[in-house]
Write a protein that binds this ligand. Structure first.
Ligand code: KIV
Length: 268
């Protein structure tokens, strides 16, 4: 099969078997999704981080199913190869199995996504099982789960002590048994992420979880230097687009005000 054909869930799972690392990033619109897809990203997550970096909310909590569906459709239109996974927003799946099935189905039926992602461990496993039974692929998310930020009291490292680490390990196995095709491990010690990765048959995707995971994900706005509010230690910033864009826009504003744009060549 050509490297350029659309990625599927079985192909993503096989990447773990074949020891091929999985490169994942977030996108919320058509332009970024097209660029990420062309550049070879394997999984594009329409993350609810878009609530913060794209829509300007303070946390991920306010974003709605309708807003996430709009982001998802915009991303799907830009993607040929990557697997598109959509985040289920806060309170779209915690309130009961039927609601969770209905909402997750919308992301495939009306959003065009390939899969959905839900945060949480044992307490959400039965719901995940029901969603998977309907033919909807699910990605899990353990460790730092931003939808629980109010309960966690912030965005700190998770799984620091033995009982928390054991719980995350147990949750990972429970999620695999519930049918998830992969699990995001966010902001946990590298040794714990590596241990979980070795225990599981499905791929782990790390963010702030060290190099031992089967894949890595970053928020694209962090990687490109577009989100200036805070910069987590685990982010590697590959470009400073904030600076580039600010300079370009300020040059444009100056040109307009100085009457040097548009010139004759740019006019009819
Ligand atoms: O919402 C998001 O972007 C995420 C990733 C950080 C994993 O959940």
């Amino acid at each position: 099969m050509s490297e350029n054909t659309k990625l599927t869930i079985p192909r993503i799972i096989n990447m773990k078997r074949d020891a091929k690392k999985i490169a994942c990033l977030t996108a919320y619109d058509f332009a970024f999704a097209s660029l990420l897809d062309k550049a070879g990203t394997d999984i594009i997550l329409v993350g609810d981080s878009g609530a913060m970096v794209h829509a300007g909310y303070k946390t991920t909590l306010p974003v709605t199913v309708e807003e996430m569906l709009f982001f998802t459709r915009s991303v799907v239109r830009g993607v040929n190869r990557a697997l598109v996974v959509s985040d289920m927003p806060f309170l779209s799946y915690q309130t009961g199995k039927n609601e969770a099935i209905k909402n997750s189905g919308l992301f495939l039926k009306h959003g065009g996504a390939d899969a959905v992602k839900l945060e949480g461990g044992e307490h959400i496993a039965e719901t995940i099982h029901s969603i998977v039974q309907c033919g909807i692929p699910v990605m899990g998310h353990l460790g730092l789960t931003p939808q629980s930020v109010k309960q966690l009291g912030g965005y700190g490292l998770q799984g620091k002590n033995k009982s928390d680490a054991d719980r995350i390990k147990r949750d990972a196995v429970i999620l695999q048994e519930a049918g998830v095709f992969s699990i995001v491990l966010e902001k946990i010690p590298a040794s714990l992420a590596e241990e979980i990765t070795q225990i599981l048959d499905i791929p782990t995707i790390g963010i702030g979880a060290g190099p031992g995971c089967d894949g890595q994900i970053l928020v694209t706005h962090d990687l490109l230097g577009l989100f200036e509010s805070f910069k987590p230690k685990f982010v590697r910033q590959y470009a400073n687009l904030s600076e580039i864009i600010t300079k370009a826009v300020s040059s444009y504003c100056t040109d307009v005000k100085n009457l040097t744009f548009p010139d004759k060549k740019e006019s009819f």
